[in-house]
Design a protein around this ligand. Structure first.
Ligand SMILES: [Zn+2]
Length: 467
């Protein structure tokens, strides 16, 4: 994601390009335009109840792109990008020869342990055949098989518990011929993952390509519920990308709620809430949808190419009063931060990591109602929020849910009577808490006007009852 999209359209800088893209996606979401990603089916609007954020908090998540095992991806990608544009863009002529070939596992551990200590969760890419250096399921020339095995084990042990793993396509550079496993001979933008390959391709062709990437990760023991697009992948095939993500992730991993990361909206007032797309079969035994997660920041930590970082203030200022994260959190939308692993490590100077450490410290100092979540958790919550049929009257709330969802949180007008009980496959008493901030699984809180209930929403039919 968010790599040098600008190159395909040299007159636009990256910001304007991304903005243009996102505006068009937002517009098509509203129902206009030829590239509309269909939202698909929706239930009738909720009656007598409002779905809140999980636990009434604001979800936050960290998106790491361009990571993989051992290989410093962009050290190898940059000369390939330079070839594609025949040396016409100085962006691809930085000092890549001086960059280390490896981002060591010790750094993965350091990052993962810092994140775990601070409750930080998110998405971590594992590019399966990074910059054509080698395949994670076969071997990385330059490293021993034991080193590759150990590196995969670090990802499984340190990262998997708190991070979704995504393929960022197969190589993030050259397009692979799926019949041979080798790159196509053509190195023009038509055969680079970052640029034009998806233009004009069908859902099936794109889904097969995604499936190939996902299978490599499956074969090395890394489960996935979503994918990340490299650079401009899918730019001119947005509806096909959405449907292909749904099909490929379901096919390879049987994920109930597949998701993908493609879009960045790093300024302005357009919504950055997840978009639930291509929903169908909501009343049946095989409901389907796919969720598009949207980052709300640019990479202000050192980029894909070790550039001078914009720094922490752009995310949140030292006094906690301004910055993009503050804007988004104050409007109660999920705030998804973006960075590239190359710049997080920054040639061993760890400049991106240090910025994130400061950003997270400031976030936690300013806000007490944040809820760190993985992208798959955000996707499931968005699907349940959009697609559950909800009818409330004086004595009960009836729910028909195509997908189960932990920490499902509803607000209804205050009512007299005893504590609510969840009646689904089993009865569950809910406990009252004194402060909204104490809302957790299977609890409720009331103030003068409203009652807020947080519970594990079962798939299918269930009810909240009083008395
Ligand atoms: Zn990327």
């Amino acid at each position: 994601m968010a790599v040098p999209s600008a190159m395909a359209f040299p007159r636009m800088n990256r910001r304007r390009f991304v903005q243009g893209l996102v505006s068009s996606a937002a517009a098509t979401w509203a129902g206009s335009g030829l590239l509309a990603q269909s939202g698909g089916e929706r239930p009738a609007p909720a009656q007598g109840a409002t779905v809140l954020n999980p636990r009434g908090r604001v979800p936050v998540s960290l998106i790491i792109d361009d990571s993989t095992c051992l290989v410093n991806l962009n050290r190898f990608a940059m000369p390939q990008f330079n070839d594609t544009f025949a040396g016409a863009n100085p962006v691809y002529q930085r000092d890549w020869r001086d960059w280390p070939v490896e981002i060591p596992d010790a750094f993965v551990r350091e990052f993962g342990e810092w994140a775990a200590t601070n409750s930080v969760k998110g998405k971590y890419s594992i590019v399966p055949y990074p910059a054509c250096v080698g395949r994670l399921d076969r071997g990385l020339p330059g490293w021993s098989q034991a080193e590759l095995r150990d590196s995969l084990e670090v990802v499984r042990k340190v990262m998997l518990p708190n991070w979704d793993i995504h393929p960022e396509m197969i190589t993030h550079t050259r397009v692979i011929d799926l019949s041979t496993g080798q790159p196509f001979a053509d190195t023009s933008p038509r055969f680079m993952e970052n640029w034009e390959w998806t233009t004009g391709r069908s859902v099936d062709e794109i889904a097969q390509y995604l499936g190939y990437a996902l299978r490599i990760l499956r074969d090395v023991g890394l489960p996935c519920e979503g994918i990340t697009t490299p650079g401009g992948f899918g730019n001119r095939a947005l509806p096909q990308l959405s449907q292909a993500s749904l099909e490929a992730v379901r096919d390879v991993f049987h994920a109930e709620v597949p998701h993908y990361f493609r879009h960045v909206i790093d300024e302005g007032t357009d919504s950055v809430a997840p978009r639930v797309e291509n929903a169908q079969g909501l009343g049946g035994t095989d409901p389907r949808c796919v969720v598009s997660l949207i980052a709300c920041t640019g990479d202000w930590t050192g980029g894909w190419d070790n550039t001078e970082p914009v720094g922490a203030d752009r995310f949140i200022t030292a006094d906690g009063q301004a910055g993009r994260l503050v804007e988004v959190i104050q409007r109660s939308e999920p705030a998804l931060l973006l960075a590239h692993w190359t710049g997080v490590y920054w040639n061993g100077q760890k400049r991106g990591l240090h910025i994130f450490q400061e950003v997270v410290r400031r976030m936690h100092q300013r806000f007490d109602h944040l809820h760190w979540m993985k992208l798959s958790e955000l996707a499931r919550y968005a699907a349940a929020r959009e697609l559950t049929l909800i009818r409330a009257d004086d004595s009960r709330v009836q729910l028909q849910a195509p997908f189960a969802c932990p920490e499902f949180t509803l607000r209804i007008p205050r009512r007299s009577g005893s504590a609510p009980t969840l009646v689904g496959a089993e009865h569950r008493e809910l406990r009252e808490v004194n402060r909204p901030l104490d809302l957790g699984p299977n609890s409720w809180h009331q103030d003068a006007a409203n009652l807020t209930v947080c519970f594990s929403l079962p798939r299918g039919t269930s009810e909240l009852r009083w008395g």
